[in-house]
Design a protein around this ligand. Structure first.
Ligand code: ZN
Length: 104
């Protein structure tokens, strides 16, 4: 799998992920946005059902919900983000990261 844009650097900052791209662009994506847009199947299902039902949103998130524990490269096309609340099924492809960076 190849993507037009590839990160040349991904760095964890305090509240944001800094992504520098091969075209020179630089994005800071907040952890909150990354987590809210988690592309894994269970999060996708949750957000899909939110569109169909009136969501009962809890203002309380588990500790570490918006905090990154570690970032693991997946092949040369994505990263797997492990959150401090233990959630670790989100695979963020370069396309997804780029979209998140461009749509702030
Ligand atoms: Zn998820």
């Amino acid at each position: 799998m190849t993507y037009k844009y590839n990160p040349v650097r991904i760095k964890k900052l305090e509240k944001t992920l800094l992504v520098r791209w091969n075209d020179g662009r630089e994005d800071e994506i907040t952890y909150e946005k990354l987590r809210d847009e988690c592309p894994c199947a269970s999060c996708k299902t949750e957000s899909a059902s939110k569109e169909n039902y009136i969501p009962i949103k809890s203002p309380f998130k588990a500790a570490g919900f918006y905090d990154i524990n570690k970032i693991i490269p997946v092949g040369n096309y994505a990263v797997n983000i492990t959150w401090k609340d233990g959630h670790d099924t989100g695979i963020y492809s370069w396309d997804i990261l780029r979209n998140l960076g461009e749509n702030k």
